[in-house]
Write a protein that binds this ligand. Structure first.
Ligand code: GDP
Ligand code: MN
Length: 392
């Protein structure tokens, strides 16, 4: 689950991470009032959406004076902000964070995430703050520092110090070493304490008066640990989530919307990934990831049909089900009935393998649905037929 920057900063501050003072605002007047309450003469008005790259898209404005705060809040609130993370359709901005303006001396990068290879949390840091870390990793990988945290020991003080040295903080001002190490330790405490899947501070800044602060904050919680953190549910912003994904979650289906035109209905997350791969391999574009789970009964297939076809881009649906525990003939009967009940209007290509596959093929062939519901032989054939159907 993703949360907004202003929420992330509140969470991190609880763990002792230094952040600029700020207030969230939903209207222009609230934004001006927030600036007055914060005091000072320079503020930053920041669009709050669940996507990065806001600065480049015009969603982060340094504002000198209250008039500038008003003007910038007017421009940002209600704007459709397009960044490399929102996709071309962008996101409408419904709230802004108003913060005290910082005098930035140096921008750095720091993040913590779960590294599946080492089965540990890793801390990444770089002197190249404010840049996209993917670009730094591609062009100058030597500029990314890395500390792997042993889960049984936690982040050790020497690791935090090594990162601080690696970032060259001792050269900027030796007095920064202690607060930097403390900040890294606090970030790790927050990561663990909240069961995060990501904490990214880009940029982490050194100010003109040599303070160290999290100027930006991106935090995501691990949904699998949500039961341990009931209070996190309050931070969820449904406005920022894909409506079809919310509907799917409520129906206990694992659905992620994508940009292609071939809808996918698959049992098992691995097979669903493989299905998307093979669609791409034969020149198509998947419209979604969907794992309907092991129990591919008629009710679930119906729900899945509804969610897939609610996406107007879908031109064909590829069903890929392996009958291990579920029997293919039962699935086939469910598919035929669901197809008729939902009134699916795009062609559907079915690949069913496993227990009673032969019987399943006969059920599909005699469904009376003709070309609207066809059977494929094998994965590649299913993908090719789907791509052809979507084009036709
Ligand atoms: P992002 O573009 O969505 O990652 O938003 P950020 O919060 O990272 O802001 C983008 C950039 O705006 C930062 O890298 C800074 O260069 C600049 N910025 C943000 N806050 C301040 C501030 O208080 N003072 C100054 N001078 N620049 C700021
Ligand atoms: Mn940023």
């Amino acid at each position: 689950m993703k949360i907004h920057e202003y929420q992330a900063k509140q969470v991190l501050a609880k763990y002792g991470v230094p952040v600029p003072r700020g207030q969230v605002a939903f209207t222009v007047d609230e934004a001006v009032k927030a600036a007055q309450t914060l005091g000072g003469s320079v503020w930053v008005v920041k669009a709050q959406i669940h996507a990065g790259g806001r600065g480049k898209g015009g969603g982060v404005k340094v504002s000198k004076g209250l008039d500038a705060v008003r003007k910038n809040a007017e421009a940002i609130l209600g704007m459709t902000l397009v960044t490399h993370q929102t996709g071309p359709q962008g996101r409408v901005v419904k709230k802004v964070l108003v913060e005290e303006g910082m005098d930035i001396r140096k921008e750095l990068y720091m993040s913590m995430l779960v590294d599946r290879d080492s089965q540990s949390v890793v801390v990444l840091a770089s002197t190249e703050g404010g840049m996209e870390i993917e670009v730094v990793a591609a062009k100058t990988p030597e500029k990314i520092l890395r500390e792997t945290v042993d889960p049984t020991m936690g982040l050790l003080p020497f690791q935090a110090q090594r990162l601080a040295y690696g970032l060259g903080l001792d050269k900027i001002n030796p007095k920064l070493m202690r607060p930097a190490a403390e900040m890294i330790a606090s970030l790790y405490k927050a990561f663990q304490g909240e069961d995060c899947s990501l904490v990214e501070i880009n940029p982490l800044v050194i100010t003109g008066d040599d303070r160290i602060l999290a100027l930006d904050a991106k935090v995501a919680f691990d949904d699998n640990a949500g039961f341990r953190h009931k209070q996190q549910a309050e931070l969820r912003d449904l406005d920022e989530e894909e409506p079809l994904e919310i509907e799917a979650t409520n129906a206990d289906l694992n659905y992620i919307k994508l940009d292609g035109n071939i809808g996918c209905m698959v049992n098992g997350a691995g097979l669903a990934m493989g299905t998307m791969d093979i669609i791409k391999q034969v020149g198509g574009e998947p419209a979604n990831f969907l794992d309907i789970g092991g129990n591919a009964d008629q009710a679930r297939v119906e729900k899945a049909f509804k969610i897939i076809t609610a996406d107007g881009n879908v031109r064909c649906i590829m069903i890929n089900i392996f009958g291990g525990i579920v029997r293919c003939d039962v699935v086939a009967e469910g598919v035929v009935a669901a197809f008729k009940n939902v009134g699916v209007s795009v062609p559907v290509v079915v690949r069913l393998e496993g227990t009673n596959a032969e019987k399943a093929h006969k059920i599909i062939a005699s469904s009376g649905l003709g070309k609207k519901l066809t059977m494929a032989k094998g994965l590649k054939d299913a993908a090719q037929k789907s791509v052809a159907a979507a084009a036709g």
